[in-house]
Design a protein around this ligand. Structure first.
Ligand SMILES: C[S@@+](CC[C@H](N)C(=O)[O-])C[C@H]1O[C@@H](n2cnc3c(N)ncnc32)[C@H](O)[C@@H]1O
Length: 468
């Protein structure tokens, strides 16, 4: 009996000692990691200072202080010292058990207070954010434990199979950066109240950006791959443009064409090509539950409605490690083998949600900005200039005199790109409202473009090959 007690005591003591040693090892690891980190930072700034001494790339009006110059050079080289804007307080204190992706556990809540050391008035930095329902949180996997990373990883849900780290959401990556789409429940002064998070308490946050489906979701992008969109291939003309050598960007633009397809009726060439309007059309068609069956969007996408809804739902609830395995594997995401459900039900059951728009909101000015888009014109000279550019795969021998694009497929794609850039008015507010000089220059691929702005329009005057 007493021998049993003694060995039980001994066992307990040993266990206690092991747990103390484990804690010590953990502390030592953290110390080592932070020493390695600060050594790396130190080396990086030293290196950058050495490499760049006397090599300021950008012309500067005033001499820039040494420290600022070092920062600027580091930025140009892509090596910056990060400054957390705040640290996550969350309901998860350890990595174990923390959801692998935010969608797994809705009530996973967190707060983030913007630090006063970053802004004098941190609450000012959050003004306007309350209009958004979701935010991107860019953070550091500060508890990775070790700084090693490998080109191939084994995501838990792939059960031992290896894939490239960049095809996964693995925390173990060269720059240990995490990206989470969190629900923004409330902004209170300098603090964000979040839910649907997968970050542990103490996580350093580097940045916050509003989630804007119009920019962030491919479902909202009008410019789909031209091969799949049924658009005119480069070098061909649409019926309205026949007779002109130059394929003018408007009214045969990608956006306008797609808008017609999405609407499923002939809207005429006077229809707006504004992607914002297109987005509204998509929204009312795809995402309104009542109208869903009558929409022509599935037709425009070449898919049936249930596939569209399913893909929409799968996109929203991107699974662990977000492996792009295609729709068939997305179906298998549910652990019980059922297909992913297209509808998401809010917790209180009162608000069934049909896709991201139903539960994501954005500031009104994103879709209805106080600045109107511009009409874009090309002078005959500019049309001629652009018309001589060749695409990268042109049959003309590389040595020929004609200028050649490196990225754009040819004059039509370039015209469409120029149209998009200028219609959105690329000028700064200062330039738009104060500058007398209305000429505007920019480069696109291998072309140097000169244009000017008048009331409600932008006109391309000249397109020349970029001087090399
Ligand atoms: C697979 S990662 C995905 C994170 C993010 N959604 C992304 O895609 O970049 C989520 C896991 O990272 C771990 N994690 C969360 N916060 C962390 C932190 N600060 N340091 C290290 N690991 C963390 C947790 O174990 C969590 O399950």
């Amino acid at each position: 009996m007493s021998a049993t007690c003694n060995s039980a005591d001994h066992f307990n003591k040993l266990q206690q000692q092991i747990s103390v040693m484990r804690k010590e090892i953990k502390n030592l690891r953290q110390l080592l990691d932070s020493a390695v980190r600060s050594h790396r930072k130190h080396m990086t700034s030293l290196q950058s200072a050495l490499t760049h001494t006397g090599q300021d790339a950008a012309p500067k009006r005033q001499p820039i202080p040494q420290t600022e110059r070092m920062t600027q050079n580091s930025l140009e080289k892509g090596t910056i010292q990060t400054v957390p804007i705040g640290y996550i307080s969350s309901c998860f204190s350890a990595k174990n058990g923390t959801p692998r992706q935010p969608t797994i556990c809705g009530p996973s809540r967190a707060t983030l207070q913007i630090r006063r050391s970053v802004f004098n008035n941190p609450e000012h930095s959050l003004i306007g954010l309350e209009n958004y329902s979701h935010v991107w949180v860019v953070f550091l996997f500060h508890e990775n434990g070790h700084l090693s990373y490998k080109a191939k990883v084994t995501p838990p849900r792939l059960n031992g199979q290896k894939v490239g780290v960049y095809s996964t959401r693995s925390p173990h990556r060269p720059n240990a950066l995490g990206l989470t789409l969190a629900k923004l429940d409330k902004v209170a002064g300098d603090t964000l109240h979040l839910s649907e998070v997968d970050m542990i308490a103490g996580t350093p946050v580097l940045d916050i950006k509003p989630f804007i489906p119009d920019y962030d979701s491919p479902l909202h992008r009008p410019n789909v791959d031209s091969d799949k969109s049924g658009l005119q291939p480069e070098g061909t003309t649409c019926a309205e443009c026949v007779g002109s050598d130059f394929v003018a960007p408007s009214p045969c633009t990608d956006n306008a064409q797609l808008a017609l397809e999405v609407e499923g009726k002939d809207g005429g060439h006077g229809q707006s090509a504004d992607p914002r309007l297109l987005n509204r059309k998509e929204k009312s068609n795809v995402l309104s539950p009542g109208d869903a069956s009558s929409t022509s969007v599935p037709e425009a996408l070449g898919k049936d409605l249930s596939t569209v809804l399913e893909e929409l739902s799968a996109f929203i609830s991107q699974g662990n490690d977000h492996l792009n395995l295609g729709s068939s594997s997305r179906e298998s995401q549910a652990s019980d083998g059922r297909k992913a459900k297209p509808l998401k039900q809010e917790e209180d059951g009162a608000k069934p949600c049909y896709g991201e728009e139903a539960y994501s909101t954005i500031a009104g000015w994103i879709r209805e900005p106080p600045v109107t888009s511009l009409e874009v014109r090309f002078t005959p000279q500019a049309e001629r200039d652009l018309g001589v550019f060749l695409g990268p795969d042109s049959a003309e021998p590389p040595g020929c005199n004609q200028p050649r694009f490196k990225f754009l497929r040819g004059p039509k794609e370039a015209a469409s790109a120029i149209q998009g850039i200028l219609a959105a008015d690329p000028r700064s507010v200062y330039r738009r409202s104060r500058c007398v000089d209305r000429l505007f220059f920019f480069t696109l691929d291998t072309a140097d473009i000169t244009c000017w702005f008048g009331p409600g329009f932008a006109e391309v005057l000249q397109v020349k090959p970029l001087a090399v």
